[in-house]
Design a protein around this ligand. Sequence first.
Ligand SMILES: [Zn+2]
Length: 246
Amino acid sequence: MVGHCDWMGLAVRLARYALDQGETPVACVFVYEPMGEVIAYGTNDTNGSLTGIAHAEFMAINHLQSAVGTGAEMLRLARSITVYVTVEPCIMCASALRQLGIGKVVFGCANERFGGNGTVLHCNKDASAGLNGTYRSVPGIMRREAIMLLRYFYVRSNERSPKPRNKSERHLDKTSFPLLNWGRYLEESEFVEEFGEEQTNHYANHTDVAEKINWSLVDEGCDDIINELERRCSRFVEHRNKRVKQ
Ligand SMILES: [Zn+2]
């Protein structure tokens, strides 16, 4: 069975690719559950496009809209899509995903300043006027991998800055991570549905479910990830075209 970590692994590899392109390493894949396949993906493109709203989720939404349009089919698909994104969606993206009627969001690390899935606001499930439906948001999948990519990015940015900080400030922390307050995002019963009864000690102790960090995803560049995702997305387009012809 393909699990949360397999899909998030693709998003982490894509975020690593974004890092190597000089972007903030945040990326997402949209998984269409009935097919068990990626149907859209996006990386942060704010530096490349000089557009502040070119967040990974928006890029993926654009990607999907270019395949299926913005009409009824998009809304019908959205309910069956799980978004795997390395960093918690910001308030803007969290609201956009809800307006689209997305089924579920799974994310890596919290977005401490702008998080819209529980860290700052609960855009996924609050009683905001004008927003239909709610979606569950599951935190903590490959959380430390996502944090490490952001740390790499900040170290690289500092090294390029005209006034780099001294070496001790640039020290890259690979061992300590903030606690994960699951209760901010999930009720305990929801946590059990996602991870199983045997993992509830993590809910109580604010620790990661995965024991180890997958360093190869963080440390190895992956130039082939775009080709892999394109191949995956094309399966959906083929599947859809066949259906349209029938
Ligand atoms: Zn965003």
